[in-house]
Design a protein. Sequence first.
Length: 81
Amino acid sequence: MATIVVEVMLKPEILDPQGNAVASALPRLGFTFAQSVRQGKRFEIIIEAEPTPEQLAEVEKAAEVLLSNPVIETYVVRVEK
Protein backbone atom coordinates (compact mmCIF):
# COMPACT_ATOMS: atom_id res chain seq x y z
CA MET A 1 0.00 0.00 0.00
CA ALA A 2 1.21 3.51 -0.78
CA THR A 3 0.00 7.04 -0.14
CA ILE A 4 0.14 9.70 -2.81
CA VAL A 5 -0.02 13.17 -1.28
CA VAL A 6 -1.19 16.24 -3.17
CA GLU A 7 -0.44 19.51 -1.39
CA VAL A 8 -2.22 22.59 -2.74
CA MET A 9 -1.21 26.13 -1.80
CA LEU A 10 -2.29 29.57 -2.90
CA LYS A 11 0.20 31.22 -5.22
CA PRO A 12 2.40 33.74 -3.35
CA GLU A 13 0.77 36.73 -5.08
CA ILE A 14 -2.74 35.68 -3.97
CA LEU A 15 -4.03 37.15 -0.70
CA ASP A 16 -4.61 34.58 2.04
CA PRO A 17 -7.15 35.91 4.57
CA GLN A 18 -7.28 32.66 6.55
CA GLY A 19 -3.48 32.53 6.82
CA ASN A 20 -3.44 36.19 7.87
CA ALA A 21 -6.07 35.52 10.54
CA VAL A 22 -4.00 32.66 11.97
CA ALA A 23 -0.83 34.79 11.83
CA SER A 24 -2.62 37.56 13.76
CA ALA A 25 -4.03 35.14 16.36
CA LEU A 26 -0.75 33.37 17.15
CA PRO A 27 0.89 36.26 19.08
CA ARG A 28 -2.35 36.94 20.97
CA LEU A 29 -2.15 33.33 22.18
CA GLY A 30 1.49 33.66 23.19
CA PHE A 31 3.09 32.07 20.10
CA THR A 32 5.81 34.30 18.69
CA PHE A 33 7.61 31.96 16.27
CA ALA A 34 5.83 32.86 13.00
CA GLN A 35 6.59 35.75 10.68
CA SER A 36 3.71 34.80 8.36
CA VAL A 37 1.27 31.94 7.74
CA ARG A 38 -0.13 30.53 4.48
CA GLN A 39 -3.09 28.16 4.52
CA GLY A 40 -3.38 25.21 2.10
CA LYS A 41 -5.00 21.84 1.45
CA ARG A 42 -3.63 18.29 1.65
CA PHE A 43 -5.13 15.31 -0.15
CA GLU A 44 -4.04 11.74 0.66
CA ILE A 45 -4.75 9.14 -2.00
CA ILE A 46 -4.24 5.52 -0.91
CA ILE A 47 -3.43 2.93 -3.55
CA GLU A 48 -2.74 -0.81 -3.25
CA ALA A 49 0.89 -0.91 -4.47
CA GLU A 50 3.75 1.41 -5.31
CA PRO A 51 2.44 3.90 -7.87
CA THR A 52 3.36 3.48 -11.49
CA PRO A 53 4.40 6.46 -13.62
CA GLU A 54 0.98 6.22 -15.31
CA GLN A 55 -0.83 6.45 -11.97
CA LEU A 56 1.26 9.43 -10.92
CA ALA A 57 0.45 11.10 -14.24
CA GLU A 58 -3.26 10.50 -13.55
CA VAL A 59 -2.95 12.04 -10.10
CA GLU A 60 -1.13 15.03 -11.62
CA LYS A 61 -4.01 15.48 -14.05
CA ALA A 62 -6.58 15.17 -11.23
CA ALA A 63 -4.64 17.75 -9.21
CA GLU A 64 -4.70 20.14 -12.15
CA VAL A 65 -8.37 19.59 -13.08
CA LEU A 66 -10.14 18.82 -9.79
CA LEU A 67 -8.02 19.29 -6.67
CA SER A 68 -6.64 22.76 -7.40
CA ASN A 69 -7.51 25.95 -9.19
CA PRO A 70 -4.42 26.51 -11.35
CA VAL A 71 -5.25 30.20 -11.75
CA ILE A 72 -4.65 30.92 -8.06
CA GLU A 73 -3.07 27.74 -6.64
CA THR A 74 -0.01 25.57 -7.09
CA TYR A 75 0.26 21.91 -6.20
CA VAL A 76 2.89 19.28 -5.48
CA VAL A 77 2.37 15.54 -5.91
CA ARG A 78 4.60 13.14 -3.98
CA VAL A 79 4.60 9.58 -2.72
CA GLU A 80 4.75 9.18 1.05
CA LYS A 81 6.42 6.04 2.37
